[in-house]
Write a protein that binds this ligand. Structure first.
Ligand code: B12
Length: 490
């Protein structure tokens, strides 16, 4: 029989056994740059301070079920462990919650260890890493419960059973310990039902703390209106996530809530491809315009998923920036990474975007399958030729769950991400068997690409003319200096 008995921590000694509501403290530790990240160090550090959306969803789901949540964003608030402890003493939680990503696992682990030891509280974790490697994570005795996949149904059920000290059997999408053994029950589906998912608990976030390097207004936030993607790019694992959409009226309602309740005036829509469903975007934009929501927003999409009519209405609805996955200036490269576009489509999308009075940012990947010195230079040149307002250059890295990571694992002879999370291998760059160029060349080219793009005199003048605040100026200044002076090979 497995009954949950470990919810009587030091904080609660002598309290009644069955609680009416469960208090969960969701904690986001400071995030550090990692050697295997696709962004170079300076870009990663200066890119912005973003809300931990996954935690905000989990906190909202817990509240919707009649429980209490707080979010301690130690990353944005620059809190130390001692600060977190004193907030926990005030809130008196029953459980601690952490968001686990492959990149952030070893940022979170020491915090989990310390806070669990100090409070004696059980630890719950969720997010993309728990979906991929639940068994590996549960080998760490610090983790008591994992949510695997969407949390909307599993989290309230889990919490309810824990509250009543009942057996956890029969709940899907959860991992836990039972008589010293780990039990993992996969979810029935990984598809997120956005119509049941509450809005993220922004009332628990320090909204005034967030910003992106390009943001111009405060408060700033990020938002998700869909999950998954129907493209099959080899460097991305998102196509493994079933596609699902937040209903249009709910998207508009969430934006309105951001505007009215949280003073949000700028947001980044982080969907992999916001314009995947054209009619949906029209409805969302019409809703924003009708309600007069004065939020400037940005979104990410594919260059083959925009047209003039769509861009015009997006512009009218407050869209100020579109971040396009252009990836390469070489058709053969695009084909090898199964991007499903050709080079000319990027130029067309940027032109149309400009006509709609929206700025465009191009994401480029250096060191992609088949890359040579010539193709590398061709891509760097191309980034300057198509009239982009901003560009971001990524080293091609084998992210967990991607086709590229399979190739890297084959070259290594083991599953790097699994071993990394297990603590058996160090943080390092992964092999790139899909091309001949060395890591050093890609690193140097990435920095060179930034310098070539951003340090053009005419471009710099335009950028400075568009600066609206002292903070913005400081952010750009710091990034520029960092780029010029950085010597660290990260
Ligand atoms: C928003 C976002 C961010 C935000 C917020 C972080 C977050 N995860 O909340 C910011 C900007 C901070 C961010 C940063 C990064 N991100 Co990010 N991010 C996303 C994005 C676009 C959406 C996540 C989201 O909110 N989805 C919507 C919600 C509803 O779904 P969900 O995340 O699956 O959450 C549900 C459950 O998992 C669960 N849940 C989630 N968290 C928790 C926590 C607890 C305690 C519980 C109980 C449950 C729970 O509840 C939710 C509701 O069901 C995804 C891509 C995508 N479209 O999924 C990438 C993604 C997760 N990010 C990714 C990466 C790589 C990064 C960075 C490393 C980027 C970088 N180079 O700096 C950093 C890492 C930061 C870190 N250490 O956490 C990768 C992860 C790759 C991987 N395989 O591990 C993804 C998949 C993008 C990609 N193209 O590959 N990211």
């Amino acid at each position: 029989m497995c009954v949950i008995l470990n919810i009587f921590p030091k904080f609660y000694y002598g309290r009644q056994r069955i609680k009416n509501n469960m208090k969960i403290a969701f904690i986001y530790p400071p995030q550090t740059h990692k050697y295997f990240e696709e962004d170079i160090d300076i870009v990663s550090r200066e890119f912005g301070v973003f809300p931990p959306l996954g935690l905000a969803y989990a906190a909202a789901i817990n509240e919707q079920a009649g429980n209490k949540s707080i979010i301690i964003d130690a990353n944005a608030e620059k809190l130390k462990l001692s600060d977190v402890l004193s907030r926990l003493r005030q809130f008196k939680p029953d459980m601690l919650g952490f968001l686990l990503t492959a990149y952030g696992f070893f940022d979170a682990l020491p915090w989990v260890r310390f806070l669990k030891k100090e409070t004696g509280l059980p630890v719950l974790a969720g997010n993309v890493l728990c979906n991929m490697y639940p068994e590996t994570i549960m080998r760490y005795p610090e983790f008591d419960y994992l949510i695997i996949g969407p949390a909307t149904e599993s989290l309230p059920l889990l919490v309810d059973r824990i509250k009543k000290s009942q057996n956890l059997g029969g709940i899907s999408g959860v991992a836990w310990r039972c008589d010293g053994k780990v039990v993992i029950v996969n979810p029935a589906t990984f598809k997120e039902d956005f119509s049941k998912l509450p809005f993220p608990a922004r009332h628990l976030l320090p909204n005034h703390r967030y910003h992106a390097i390009m943001s111009k207004r405060k408060n700033y936030t990020i938002m998700i209106t869909s999950k998954g993607c129907d493209s099959k790019c080899t460097f991305c694992h998102i196509h493994g996530i079933p596609v699902s959409f937040r209903p249009e009226e709910m998207v508009v309602a969430e934006m309105e809530e951001c505007y009215l309740k949280f003073g949000i005036r700028e947001m980044d829509i982080f969907d992999p491809s916001f314009t995947m469903k054209r009619e949906r975007v029209f409805k969302i934009c019409e809703g924003i315009i009708k309600k007069g929501i004065d939020i400037h927003w940005a979104c990410r999409t594919r260059v083959d998923q925009v047209d003039q009519e769509l861009l015009n209405i997006m512009s009218k609805a407050g869209c100020k920036r579109i971040l396009y996955g252009i990836e390469s200036g070489v058709d053969d490269n695009l084909r090898k990474m199964q991007k499903g576009i050709i080079v000319n489509q990027a130029k067309r999308a940027v032109d149309l975007t400009k006509k709609a009075n929206i700025k465009s940012l191009g994401f480029f990947m250096l060191g992609v399958p088949g890359e040579t010195t010539e193709t590398l230079n061709q891509t760097i040149r191309y980034s300057r030729e198509i009239g982009l307002d901003y560009a971001q250059f990524h080293r091609t890295m084998a992210k967990p769950g991607t086709e590229l990571s399979k190739q890297a694992n084959d070259a290594l002879g083991y599953d790097y991400w699994k071993e990394y999370i297990s603590g058996c291998v160090m943080e390092k760059r992964l092999p790139t068997p899909w091309m001949y160029l060395s890591d050093r060349i890609i690193q140097k080219s990435t920095k060179y690409a930034y310098l070539k793009f951003y340090f053009r005199p005419r471009y710099l003048l335009g950028l400075i003319a568009g600066i609206r605040s002292w903070h913005e100026l400081k952010r750009y200044g710091r990034s520029a200096l960092g780029l010029l002076l950085s010597r660290r090979d990260r």
